[in-house]
Design a protein. Structure first.
Length: 411
């Protein structure tokens, strides 16, 4: 399968990609979990979550904005990389790459973090410019260009540009600067556009997604093509039609299967218009959920994870957890309920199989209920005499999401 000029089956320009390269798809900025009293790293919860999203086909980004990078020491960042790599390998996901955030203050400190990330086992890094001196840097194109050029040249592993004005004092890289960097820096592996500017994304893709770009400006490592990734999931479908390559989105922590499915549908719709209505329907659900949950920030995502899986907890101070009433309102919000209901039962803790041994997750996700097709397909759980239709499975998820007790008996 090819997505906007880049193969996602492990090849690029006809060459077999080494293990753990980056490819088009969905990436999740993983939260960092802490023990409630000490605020020490909760590695057990962290590892469980990294493996959970990997099962859905989502690769992790560690120590980013969602991961509270600026609340972590250098040693803690390295510990998270080693912990994630160990957990992924032990679970059979040796092929899943790890991206690590290296945002810091000076160029020197970012370069050092990049070297430490590589030593700890990261496959790529992502770098944002500190906003502390934004007043001086925002209009200094030479300084901006020098920053990412130096970081990429001195990094032992590929680097992704992180354009997030909200976390960089308002510094917002334009399309011309990003494409210039892509041409001139072969160790740059892409850009994350949390600015949410689809016009900018389209202008960048008009250059870097063209087949001639990879030939004229080859990467230092063929396994790391220059990817253009959105920073939110609410424009995943239109960005794919603009020749982008996926998203790095916090919503992938809560609905990884749904976002992978949306990405696959979006990519397919480029050449098969018959699936476009399905992609549009799923994009609408995703866009509403993304807007609702993003407003609650890190604490909101952690609250939902705590309710769903029993881990999440509080961020490190000075950030505070959500008040109970605020958290419950977010958790039971129709937009949250709607997207969580689309996740397959195995991801939500329903680890059962069908009569024929097919995992419920595999069967469930192959069904068309998320597209509103009212076709009833009846199957029987081996552990129960109850018979469930696909739509009743969705309802069971809604019941659990609303924190009600009980089960459904179907006759």
């Amino acid at each position: 399968m090819t997505v906007n000029g880049i193969h996602v089956n492990g090849t690029s320009n006809g060459h077999v990609l080494p293990v753990r390269g980056l490819k088009p798809g969905i990436y999740a900025p993983i939260p960092t979990f802490f023990h409630p009293d000490s605020e020490d790293l909760d590695l057990a919860s962290f590892e469980a979550h990294v493996v959970r999203v990997a099962k859905a086909g989502v690769a992790p980004l560690l120590s980013g904005s969602m991961g509270e990078a600026h609340h972590l020491t250098n040693d803690e960042r390295a510990t998270l990389i080693r912990s994630a790599r160990r957990a992924l390998d032990d679970a059979g996901f040796e092929h899943v790459p790890i991206i690590s955030g290296v945002g810091s203050g000076s160029t020197r400190s970012v370069v050092q973090l990049g070297k430490e990330a590589a030593e700890a086992g990261a496959d790529a890094t992502i770098a944002i410019l500190s906003g502390y001196y934004a007043a001086s840097l925002a209009s200094d194109r030479k300084a901006l260009k020098t920053y990412w050029t130096e970081i990429s040249e001195k990094s032992p592993i590929p680097v992704i540009i992180y354009n997030y004005p909200g976390a960089a004092g308002g510094i917002d890289l334009d399309a011309e600067l990003i494409t210039d960097l892509a041409r001139e820096c072969p160790n740059l592996a892409g850009v994350k556009l949390t600015c949410g500017n689809v016009g900018k994304l389209t202008r960048i893709c008009a250059t870097v997604s063209d087949k001639s770009f990879a030939l004229a400006h080859p990467r230092k490592n063929d396994a790391f093509p220059f990817l253009v990734l959105g920073g939110y999931a609410d424009f995943l479908l239109p960005s794919t039609f603009s020749n982008a390559h996926g998203a790095i989105t916090g919503l992938a922590n809560i609905a990884p299967y749904t976002l992978v499915r949306l990405f696959e549908l979006s990519a397919a719709a480029v050449s098969d218009p018959s699936v476009l209505p399905e992609a549009q329907r799923l994009q609408g659900i995703t866009a509403r959920a993304d807007a609702t949950i993003a407003k609650a920030g890190i604490s909101g995502t952690k609250y939902i994870l705590q309710k769903l899986y029993g881990y999440g907890g509080a961020p490190r101070r000075p950030l505070l957890p959500l008040e109970a009433a605020t958290g419950e309102a977010l958790y039971s919000h129709p937009d949250t309920v709607a997207i969580v209901a689309l996740e397959p039962p195995s991801f939500m803790g329903e680890e059962r199989s069908l009569e024929d041994g097919t995992p419920i997750a595999m069967y469930y996700w192959s069904m068309p209920h998320i597209y509103g097709v009212n076709t009833y397909i009846t199957r029987v759980y081996p552990s129960s005499s109850n018979t469930y239709t696909e739509e009743q499975v969705v309802f069971r998820l809604l019941v659990r999401q609303l924190n009600r007790k009980g089960d459904i008996t179907c006759r």
